[in-house]
Design a protein around this ligand. Structure first.
Ligand code: FES
Length: 585
C-alpha cells in the first residue's frame, strides 16, 4: 500500500498516511486534537482545513479529504471574542442523550412471525407510540425495507425515520438570560458542539429588568403573548443561525433544553408570571416542563420536544439549578459556594448532604445599569483598572473607551479605596482634603452633573469623559452589601464559618472577568476566600448542555431543584441589619 506524507502547519509536523486515508483517519491515528463535530458525516462543515500544497483545492473538509499524494495542510486557529459569555467550564459526561436515536433492522413479517408492526419495531421493550407514529408506521418500515431509526424519549416513540439516521442527531441548549440569550447546537451522536450562537434578549425593549416585564405581562391584555413571541422568535432565529453553513436541517433537531431565571421560564412558556412579583413570590411551577416543540412554535423537528428545566423558587430559577449541575454542587463532602451574578445575584451553598440557596437584587450595577458611564462588557468598555504609579486601564477590543463595565467598576472602586480617595463608608474625598501619594490624582476629581466624580479618561470614543461618581460608588455598595449579606446568611443557616468554604464558583459574565483581588478588597466576597475563587463562565449554559447530552444529568438537575432549600431573605428580620453592616467596604 502506498504511503504519503501529510505535513501539518504551522507546527511542521510530518505524518504518514496510507493512500486514500482521510485526514480524519490520519489525525485520529496520531492523536492530533481536532474536532469533528458531526463525526465525519460531512454535514457540519466545521472541520475545514487549508491545503497549502498538494491539491488543486484550497479549502477542504478534513473528514472527507482523501490523501492521494504528499500534502501540506494548515489547521486554522480559532480565535473569537465573545461579548456575550457563551463559554463555561466544561466537564465530561457519558453520552446518553435525553432524546435517543436507535437504528434497527427488523425481520420482515412472515406467516410464522406475524407480530404486529409496532411490536416488530419495539421488540420486547414496552414503548408507547402516538397516533401519528402508528399512522406512518406501515409504509415507513416497508418503504425502507424494514431498516429504520427510532427516535425515543423515555418510553415514548417520538418518530420513525427511514434507514440509518442515528448519526444525524442534534439538540439545542439555550440559556435565556434577562439580558442575553446563548444557544448551543450539539451533535447528540458524538457529544460535540457544532455551533454557539447568542443574541440580546429582544424582551429588553420592554424593560431591562424582570419586574417591568412581569408588569407588562400582567397589566396589559396582550403583554404576555408579546413577550412570549419575542423570545420564541429569537430562539428560532438562533436555531437557524446555528445551522447556517452546515448541511444539517432543523428537522435533525429533536430536543431543546432551556434554562433561565424563573420569570424567563414563565414568559417562554407563556405562563402568567404575575404572582412572582407579589409577596410571597410564588411561581406557577417549579418542576421541569416538557412540551411538544410544535405547540410552542419552536421550529425544530415537529415531533421534537422542548425541555424547560426545573426552577427552585420565584427568584432562583433553572439557570441556578443548571449552574449547580455544571459545578456538581451535589457531590462534595466539604463546603462549596456558587455565586451567579447576572441581573440578580443567586447563591448556592452546601455539600452533597445539604444545599441552601438565596437570591439578592444585586446585579444591575455590575451589568452597568444605573451607573453614570456604565455599559455592558462589550467593545469599548473599560474592563480593568489599576492605580499604581499612575492610572492604567484596559479596554475590551482595544481603542478608546466608551464607558465602564462591571469588572472595571469593581476595580476602580477597589483601587480608589486602596489609595484612600474613597473611604470605608464609601465617601469620595474632596480634592482639597487629599494629601500624600494620592495627591497626583487630585485633578481627576471634579463635579460632573452635580456629583463629585473621579475621571478615568477624557480622550474617549464618545467625546465625553469616562468617570465614576459618588452615586456609582453607592450603587456598588448596595450590590456588594446584598451579596455579602446573602453569603453570611447562608453560612448562618448552614451552621458554618467562612473558612469552611473550600471553593467559590463564580458564574456569569461578570464573575468571569472580575479580578478576585478587587472583589475581596471591597468585601463582595470574604477576603479569606481570595485564593479559592474559580471562575466557571456561563455555568448555566453548560448545565443546559449536560442535560441534553445525558438523561442522568437531566434527572440530576431535577433532584437538585428539589433538594436545594430556598431561603427568602426578605422574610428574615436579621437581613436588613446584616445588609447595613455589609455596605461598609
Ligand atoms: S466533521 Fe467534517 S463536516 Fe462535520
Amino acid at each position: 500500500m502506498k504511503k504519503y506524507t501529510v505535513t501539518l502547519m504551522p507546527e511542521n509536523l510530518k505524518l504518514q498516511a496510507v493512500e486514500n486515508a482521510t485526514l480524519k483517519d490520519v489525525f485520529g491515528e496520531y492523536g492530533i486534537k481536532f474536532e469533528f463535530p458531526c463525526a465525519g458525516t460531512g454535514k457540519c462543515k466545521k472541520c475545514k482545513v487549508r491545503i497549502v500544497k498538494g491539491s488543486s483545492e484550497d479549502e477542504v473538509l478534513a473528514c472527507r479529504f482523501k490523501v492521494t499524494e504528499d500534502v501540506v495542510v494548515e489547521i486554522p486557529k480559532m480565535e473569537q471574542k465573545h461579548e456575550i459569555l457563551e463559554e463555561g467550564v466544561e466537564r465530561e459526561v457519558e453520552l446518553d442523550p435525553l432524546v435517543k436515536k436507535r437504528y434497527a433492522e427488523l425481520p420482515p413479517p412472515s406467516l410464522e412471525d406475524n407480530r404486529d408492526d409496532l411490536k416488530r419495531l419495539t421488540g420486547n421493550v414496552p414503548l408507547k407510540s402516538n397516533l401519528k407514529v402508528l399512522r406512518e408506521l406501515p409504509e415507513k418500515i416497508r418503504e425502507s425495507e424494514f431498516k429504520v431509526t427510532l427516535v425515543t424519549w423515555k418510553d415514548e416513540v417520538l418518530a420513525i425515520e427511514k434507514g440509518d439516521t442515528s448519526l444525524v442527531h442534534l439538540g439545542m441548549a439555550f440559556d435565556i438570560g434577562t439580558t442575553t440569550i446563548a444557544g448551543y447546537l450539539l451533535n447528540l451522536s458524538t457529544g460535540a458542539e457544532i455551533a454557539r450562537v447568542s443574541a440580546l434578549n429582544p424582551q429588553t425593549k420592554f424593560g431591562t429588568d424582570v419586574i417591568s416585564r412581569i408588569n407588562l405581562a400582567s397589566q396589559t391584555p396582550d403583554g404576555l403573548e408579546k413577550l412570549h413571541r419575542e423570545v420564541v422568535n429569537e430562539l428560532n432565529n438562533l436555531i437557524e443561525k446555528a445551522l447556517a453553513g452546515t448541511d444539517f436541517k432543523r428537522e435533525d433537531i429533536y430536543a431543546v433544553t432551556t434554562v433561565g431565571n424563573t420569570t424567563m421560564q414563565h414568559l417562554f412558556l407563556k405562563v402568567q408570571p404575575k404572582y412572582l412579583a407579589l409577596a410571597p413570590y410564588v411561581p406557577v411551577f417549579s418542576e421541569p416542563v416538557v412540551v411538544d416543540a410544535a405547540e410552542l412554535g419552536i421550529r425544530i423537528n415537529p415531533d421534537g420536544k422542548v425541555f424547560a428545566m426545573p426552577n427552585i423558587a420565584g427568584f432562583v430559577g433553572a439557570d441556578t439549578v443548571s449552574a449547580a449541575l455544571a459545578c456538581e454542587m451535589d457531590k462534595y463532602d466539604e463546603l462549596r459556594l456558587l455565586i451567579d451574578i447576572g441581573t440578580n445575584g443567586e447563591m448556592v451553598l452546601g455539600t452533597k448532604d445539604k444545599l441552601l440557596a438565596c437570591s439578592t437584587a444585586a446585579g444591575p450595577a455590575f451589568e452597568g445599569v444605573h451607573i453614570a458611564c456604565g455599559m455592558r462588557g462589550a467593545t469599548g468598555a473599560i474592563d480593568h483598572v489599576k492605580i499604581e504609579e499612575g492610572l492604567k486601564y484596559t479596554v475590551i477590543g482595544g481603542g478608546k473607551p466608551a464607558g465602564i463595565c462591571g469588572s472595571g467598576l469593581l476595580d476602580i472602586v477597589a483601587e480608589l479605596l486602596k489609595v484612600g480617595i474613597v473611604d470605608k463608608r464609601g465617601r469620595m474625598a474632596k480634592p482639597e482634603t487629599i494629601s500624600g501619594p494620592a495627591e497626583i490624582y487630585k485633578d481627576r476629581l471634579r463635579d460632573i452633573n452635580g456629583f463629585l466624580s473621579f475621571v478615568l479618561e477624557e480622550d474617549t470614543a464618545t467625546g465625553q469623559p469616562v468617570f465614576v461618581n459618588q452615586k456609582d460608588i453607592r450603587e456598588v455598595q448596595l450590590a456588594k452589601g446584598a451579596i455579602a449579606a446573602g453569603i453570611q446568611i447562608l453560612l448562618e443557616f448552614f451552621g458554618a464559618e467562612v473558612e469552611d468554604i473550600k471553593e467559590v464558583f463564580l458564574a456569569g459574565a461578570f464573575g468571569n472577568y472580575l479580578k478576585p483581588e478587587s472583589a475581596c478588597r471591597i468585601g463582595l466576597i470574604p477576603p479569606e476566600l481570595e485564593g479559592r475563587i474559580k471562575p466557571v463562565g456561563n455555568a448555566a449554559g453548560v448545565g443546559a448542555k449536560l442535560a441534553l447530552l445525558s438523561e442522568r444529568e437531566y434527572e440530576r438537575a431535577v433532584r437538585l431543584s428539589q433538594n436545594i432549600h430556598y431561603i427568602e431573605l426578605s422574610a428574615l428580620p436579621q437581613f436588613s441589619q446584616i445588609f447595613a453592616k455589609k455596605i461598609v467596604f
